[in-house]
Design a protein around this ligand. Structure first.
Ligand code: FES
Length: 73
């Protein structure tokens, strides 16, 4: 599905950018140019980034033999 019509970026390209190492919307934008023209796609692009990072976080936790918890110091 096309997320950004101005630049022609799909949700798959956004996911690929994350799988290749991008960790934030800012990094995905730099890698794909999504949202760099009219900006109307930014909200949806951020949602795809957020969902993909959440999926990766869950799958990484599932790969560990023990649950990981983070605490603030
Ligand atoms: S639709 Fe993405 S910048 Fe215009």
């Amino acid at each position: 599905m096309y997320v950004c019509l101005c630049v022609g970026v799909t949700d798959g390209q956004i996911r690929d950018a994350i799988y290749e190492g991008c960790c934030s919307y800012k990094e995905v934008r730099a890698a794909t140019n999504v949202g760099t023209q009219c900006g109307k796609c930014a909200c949806l692009a951020k949602e795809v980034v957020r969902d993909t990072l959440a999926e990766l976080h869950v799958s990484q936790q599932a790969a560990l033999p023990y649950p990981v918890e983070f605490t603030t110091a």
